[in-house]
Structures are given as C-alpha cells and as structure tokens.
Write a protein that binds this ligand. Structure first.
Ligand code: C2O
Ligand code: CU
Length: 477
C-alpha cells in the first residue's frame, strides 16, 4: 500500500494505523534472527534491558525508579549521578508496535521530576511536561500508560529542570519494533552523551556562561555510559547501529574510519529511501539508524570518531575524539551479507503556503543575562499557538542567531519539506521530531496535528529550552 498527498480528515484514523506498516527491503540475504535479549555480544556495553513484569503478550509493564547512584566514568572514581534504575544510561525498554506500555515510576530524587517520552506519540496527559502531567514529588509515584503507535528508537528523560536532571544522568531508551524490520545479525543501541567532570570526579553544579550558551557537557564522550570503550563485532555480519544523542548540547559528528554508513532510519523509524554517507550529524535529542558490515581479520580495529563541527560560538576547533573502537572478534566471519535498502511507505504530508514562522534567536534580558527567544519572546511570554485537531500545517523554522539550534516538537512527527528554499528530494520522506536548524538558516516543516492537547516545541539544547527557547501549541478539538 502506498499513501499519497491530500489524505483528508475522514481517513485519519485509518491512515495513522497503517502509516508505518508497509516496509519493503532489498538485499537482506542470509539473515539471522533479530537478536534476543541476554545474548548480546556487547555484554555490559549494551544498555540493560528492563524486565517486563506482565506476562500478557501485548502489554509491557516495567518499573522505573529515578534516584541517586554512582557511576564509574573511565579514569574517574565513582561519580555521583542521578539515574533510572541505578544505571547510566537507564534501562532499555523493549516493546512491539501496538503494545501497551505501563511504567510504574517512583521518584527517589531530592527534586520533583517527570518522564517525557521523547518522540513517542502519546496522549497529552502522558507527555511528562510540567503543567500538563503532574510533577512527581520526591518520594512520589506516577503511572505512565499508553499504546505504542510507531516503531522506532525513542528515549525518555525528565522535563522538569531538564538541563540539570538530564546532565546528571537521567535518560533511558525505548525500542519499539515494527512488524517488518530489516533482518540483521546484530543490533546495537548506542546512547551518546558528553560530560565535563571536576577533578574530584563530580558533575559541576554551577551553570557558567559557556555552559548556558553551549549546553552542559565536556570532552568526556560517552558510549552507553562508557568512555571510548572497545566494542566487539563480527566480520561479515550485518550490524545495525541505532544512535540516540542524550547530550545537553553537543552535536555528535560521527565518522567510522574506513566505512560508509548506510542510513535506514531516523527519529520516526525507517525511511522511504536509505542513503549512504561518511558522516552523520546527530544533534541533541535525535536518532539515527544505520547499517554496516564489519571487515578485517580478528583484532582489526576501527575508530568511531566524533569530528569537530562548528555549530557557532565555539568555532569547532576541538580535535577529533574517539567515541568507541570496534574490534573484529575471533568468531568465524559471516559471508554473503549485503547492506539492505529500505522503502518504508510513509505518507508525504502535502505542500502549500507557509502557515506560520517560528524565529529562533538569542537576546539579553533586562538584567543583561542571555536569554533564548522565539519570535522575540522568551519562555512563558511566547504566545501559545492555537491549532485545530486534524489540521496539516506548514511551519517555517527560522534561525536568526549565530549558532545552530536543534528544533524539537512534542506529540507529532514532522516532515522537512525544504531547507533554505531548496525542496527535499521528491522520493525522500522521513518522520522527524528533532532537526538541526543551522545558524542563519531555515527549514519548512509540515505537521499533522492529530492529537489534542498542549504540546511544547523547543530547542533541544536543554539550557536554551530552560532559558526561554520553548513555546506551546494548543491543539483544540
Ligand atoms: Cu527530549 Cu521536550 O524533549
Ligand atoms: Cu538552541
């Protein structure tokens, strides 16, 4: 089945239940099965899978506890962190599309918190946003419960004091499998982060001007909570790597020495067309889904580099830093694997005139402090945008400032229709929830507002969001 432009409101429910169900693959020869929990050759380099406490086949029921723990970042003694279920990253929640997810959440932090399900199309009350979902006070509990409509790699994090709480280690991942996934020999989830630590190994608590501008972080790059680990992989295997950037501000500019990434998916799951690229730029909040086939003799090493990237204000002068080193394991090489191509049958949202412009900028407030603005206003002063349920709208996101901003929308996927006036290639459709809008550039995005409620949109540099670059869209029935 294929969807075309111009689907009307009457067909909405049907359209969305089918949107992501038609995917075809080519080139998946001789595949092994989807990797099973517990058998991961990455061992403790992989995020820990949360236990599903509900035997019912279509319900995933887990317990999450946010609390204080410690984490040994390489080269440092145990660093006090805030974490979900005691680990950084927090657990990996595993589900299938159509499942109901039930999360029994308890807050053992000294501060109120919420869980926001980044990229997941949830009912508004489950979005974990202050003022919409009640904050969970210290010692309190809250149950999150919703159906998983889409396949993809999503993540979760607090939406209260998010700049501090996420930086302290509160983030985890949710992998939702679709009915049709490319068959691969191994699939790894890679949660990226960066961190700056004080000499005593603690996370700085003071927000200096640079951290406010660039986002808290530092030159300790983390691959599933580990600094530059060595990760085994098998020669000839079809390896799927699913990246999510949980850093406050760092843009990961990844290159795998000697390889080309085949990109098969992004925020909202698989793409209509896969493509090959030597580097992927992952801003905070975003996901990339790639496949590669490792090559070489046992012991051969390949570095996953984070190359400098100039996102404004800092010049991108830092050296390339290793995120991880992949090493060919001694297992017998696999043969006959071919990189798959994907053709997800995504509906393309219709083009048309721009309905609204969202201009992102920086300014000084009355006290002379840096604030981040949307259409000249900051935070609670940004007027609420009203939209009608079911409307498809085109927004121009315009960056007036000297630095890149990753634009993120809750509740809905959006599709990029053009960048700086240049239309997207006609065959390429992807559903996104976070995109880079470079300094002094613009993007036109299309959104179908198919779920009522108050939905934030904001820069995913969390300091920018907390200091003003956040607004709300009220989708009314
Ligand atoms: Cu990942 Cu409003 O956030
Ligand atoms: Cu920003």
């Amino acid at each position: 089945m294929t969807f075309r432009n111009g689907r009307r409101a009457g067909g909405l429910a049907v359209a969305f239940s089918l949107l992501f169900s038609a995917v075809t693959f080519a080139g998946c020869s001789g595949p092994a099965s989807v990797p099973t929990e517990g058998a991961d050759p990455w061992g403790d380099l992989a995020p820990r899978v949360a236990r599903d406490n509900n035997p019912a086949p279509r319900v995933v029921e887990v317990t999450l506890e946010a609390g204080l723990s410690t984490h040994p970042f390489a080269g440092f003694p145990a660093t006090p962190v805030w974490s979900y279920n005691g680990s950084v990253p927090g657990p990996l929640l595993e589900a299938n599309v159509g499942d109901e997810l039930v999360v029994h959440f308890t807050n053992r932090l000294p501060r109120p918190t919420t869980i926001h399900w980044h990229g997941v199309r949830v009912p508004n009350a489950m979005d974990g946003v202050m003022g919409i979902t009640p904050e969970t006070p210290p010692g309190g509990s809250f149950d999150y419960r919703f159906a998983l409509k889409d396949a993809g790699l999503f993540w979760f994090h607090p939406h209260v004091e998010s700049d501090v709480q996420v930086n302290n280690g509160l983030y985890g991942v949710l992998r939702v499998r679709g009915a049709e996934e490319p068959k691969v020999d191994h699939e790894g989830v890679v949660v990226l982060d960066d961190l700056g630590l004080l000499p005593d190994g603690t996370i700085p608590t003071v927000l200096d001007d640079n951290a406010k501008m660039m986002g808290r972080g530092g030159d300790i790059l983390l691959f599933n909570g580990r600094r530059a680990p060595t990760v085994p992989w098998r020669a000839g295997a079809l390896e799927r790597l699913r990246f999510v950037n949980a850093a406050n501000g760092r843009f990961f500019n990844l290159r795998l020495e000697g390889y080309v990434f085949r990109v098969i998916g992004s925020d909202g799951g698989l793409l209509t067309e896969s493509y090959d690229t030597e580097r992927i730029l992952i801003p905070p909040g975003k996901r990339f889904d790639v496949v590669v086939i490792p090559k070489g003799a046992p012991g051969a090493k390949t570095v996953l580099w984070n190359d400098p990237y100039d996102r404004g204000h800092e010049g991108g002068h830092e050296p390339s830093l290793a995120v991880a080193t992949f090493e060919i394991a001694s297992a017998t090489p696999l043969t006959g694997r071919v990189l798959p191509t994907v053709h997800a049958a995504l509906e393309r949202l219709p083009g048309g005139p721009i309905d609204r412009t969202i201009a992102l900028d920086e300014a000084l407030d009355a006290a002379g402090d840096v604030t981040f603005t949307i259409n000249g206003k900051s935070g609670a002063d940004v007027p609420v945008i009203a939209e009608h349920l079911g409307a498809v709208r085109r927004y121009e996101v315009k960056n007036l400032s000297d630095m890149d901003h990753p634009f993120h929308l809750h509740g809905f996927f959006f599709q990029v229709q053009s960048r700086d006036g240049v239309p997207q290639p006609p065959n390429f459709v992807s559903n996104e929830d976070t995109i880079v809008v470079p300094a002094h550039a613009s993007a036109v995005i299309a959104i179908r507002f198919d779920e009522p409620g108050m939905w934030p949109y904001h820069c995913h540099i969390l300091e920018h969001a907390e200091y003003g670059m956040m607004g709300m869209i009220d989708v009314m029935k």
